[in-house]
Design a protein around this ligand. Structure first.
Ligand code: F6P
Length: 558
């Protein structure tokens, strides 16, 4: 039974609210969204809110007024308001690393002030922002010259995870506002194919690399930076001239300088900026260069709009809180273990992957802030694709599969010029999908005259499948900023309810350590290296045999 499987927190009052919600589930479970809408003609309005340019319709969730009341009580017994304050105050809310998670400071106005360890960080943020604007201004105006005197026309971002996914997503989302005469590319993968494909049609003399790594230790990024250096050197053939083709974004300035970056080409990030929350920091340098300083500041303003709303709006009108609570309800009580993010805007095609990292790296945890086993299921699996493409692929499972997958639909009322063709139809499809999920198609409407009963059953769509719909007037830098902040804060909301640290990612470390060990074994030809289990040993041996037989492909590519 879901109630037992999901458990609940150990805190007594919290656990009481959790238990009450679990009991309340018995009232909700038999009710179909069709009936809930029929009983309350105002439901669409009742369960919707608007803030920071976004309209959230959460009425197609399987909730009643009582559900919402109990979920809001859960937020309060979890001390969510106090914890939001703590995050905005720069308290060490990242408990396992003993530091602040102060991404909201990256988008505060210049006259704001927030202290970390006694130091006001806002002036630091503004100083780096001005340096970023200066850099972007030179590249955009053609006054940043490569080592051979040519203008820079191509920017290649080298970074992975939080040092790439956000900026790549935003560059795609805001391409309408970006430079058409410049190329912006993103290389993350350790597989050389990524670098090869991103650079094979570029001229090194016109290309600048932004090496993004907070730690400056990440093997993928350092390997790609080395590949970039070799690629440039082959053409430019002058070590000194290479410096103009490389800038670094890092929290480890010394390592970047030691690696040969000019100190004035290093842009700082701080340890209180977590990778997946770093788009507004210098990690967004490629974006700022693409869309220009004014649009970048507009995006920051959009983030700040949602930050202010999250900090100050009452819980029951608070968009990130409501979105987070719907997630908790669907996951922990209705048992939905995966969530689909479905933007109906081609420019947001990378947004599902962005939300995937944000949610799963933040809230894929098994212990509470104190290190005790967590009493409830934490993050579901997030995935998705843009509509209408997904409708002709995986939506079949959403409508008729045996598991419930709550969906977030994201759309815009007005199209950008590039997406004007088909906009009305696109929006109609988005609305229709949410409607079909909620209300389905009853059996008696399924078959036409003469249809066998069995055929009717194949056509039946059960409905009663939850979704949220998010709408903004238009995809702009400002609305994108507010949308990203909305998801960031809904992650925090859920993390607080599960009492986990949403800002660490220790689970990623083990794989890195093991990979280094195995790489050593592969390189040294040691299938019997210490610490290898029988399965891994056999896999290593397979590689070594193939290598010995000369089956490895030549490094040459065409
Ligand atoms: O995947 C783990 C991770 O630590 C992410 O959190 C981070 O964004 C990414 O690796 C890249 O790290 P860095 O910026 O230090 O290269």
């Amino acid at each position: 039974m879901v109630r037992r499987a999901t458990g609940g927190p150990s805190d007594v009052s919290l656990s009481h609210t959790w238990q009450t919600l679990a009991e309340h589930l018995d009232e909700v479970r038999p009710r179909h969204l069709r009936d809930l809408f029929q009983l309350d003609p105002e439901r669409g309005q009742r369960f919707s809110e608007e803030a920071a340019g976004w309209y959230l319709d959460y009425s197609k969730n399987r909730i009643t007024r009582r559900t919402l009341e109990l979920l809001l009580r859960l937020a309060c017994t979890s001390r969510l308001p106090a914890k939001i304050d703590a995050m905005f105050n720069g308290d060490p809310v990242n408990s396992s690393e003993g530091r602040a998670a102060l991404h909201v400071a990256l988008r505060m106005p210049a006259d704001a002030s927030v202290r970390v360890d006694g130091r006001d960080v806002v002036p630091d943020v503004q100083r780096v922002l001005r340096r970023m604007e200066n850099f972007a201004g030179k590249v955009r105006s053609g006054t940043w010259f490569g080592g051979t005197g040519k203008k820079i026309r191509n920017i290649v971002n080298l970074g992975i995870g939080g040092s790439a996914i956000g900026v790549g997503m935003a560059c795609a989302a805001l391409q309408h506002y970006g430079r058409r005469d410049m190329q912006f590319r993103f290389v993350s993968n350790m597989d050389g194919a990524d670098f090869f494909l991103a650079t094979r049609d570029l001229d090194p003399r016109e290309t600048l690399f932004i090496v993004c790594s907070k730690t400056f230790h990440t093997p993928e990024t350092l390997r790609n930076a080395a590949a970039a250096r070799a690629w440039c050197l082959e053409d430019i053939q002058d070590e000194g001239a290479l410096r103009a083709h490389f800038v670094a974004v890092t929290g480890n300035r010394d390592a970047a300088i030691a690696a040969g970056f000019a100190p004035e080409h290093v842009f700082d990030v701080w340890d209180w900026v977590n990778g997946r929350y770093s788009l507004c920091s210098a990690m967004g340098l490629a974006l700022l260069t693409a869309i220009g300083p004014a649009a970048f500041r507009e995006m920051l303003a959009g983030f700040h709009d949602m930050d202010t709303h999250f900090l100050s709006a009452p819980m029951k009108q608070n968009l990130p809180v409501l979105l987070g609570l719907m997630g908790v309800w669907n996951n922990n009580f209705l048992g939905a273990r995966s969530v689909a993010i479905l933007p109906y805007a081609h420019d947001l095609r990378r947004f599902p992957s962005y939300v995937q990292q944000l949610m799963m790296e933040s809230n894929g945890k098994s212990v509470t802030q104190d290190g005790a086993p967590v009493g409830s299921i934490t993050s579901p699996v997030y995935w998705g694709a843009c509509g209408t493409n997904g409708q002709h692929s995986f939506h079949q499972l959403l409508h008729q599969g045996t598991q419930i997958v709550p969906c977030d639909f994201i759309g815009f009322l007005s199209p950008l010029p590039s997406s004007a063709g088909g906009h009305e139809e696109l929006l109609a499809n988005m609305y229709a999908q949410a409607q079909a999920l909620a209300f389905g198609r009853p059996l008696d409407e399924g078959g036409g005259p003469g249809d066998a009963q069995a055929r009717g059953k194949h056509r039946q769509v059960q409905g009663n499948r939850p979704s949220n719909t998010l709408l903004a007037a238009k995809l702009t830098p400002r609305s994108l900023g507010a949308l990203v902040a909305l998801y960031e804060h809904s992650v925090f909301t859920q993390g607080v309810i599960w009492d986990i640290d949403s800002f660490d990612q220790w689970g990623v470390e083990l794989g890195k350590t093991l990979a280094a060990h195995i790489a050593q074994a592969l390189g040294a030809g040691q299938a019997h290296a210490q610490g290898l289990d029988s399965s891994t040993r056999a896999l290593v041996q397979k590689y070594l045999d193939a290598k010995a037989a000369g089956a490895m492909c030549a490094s040459e590519r065409t």
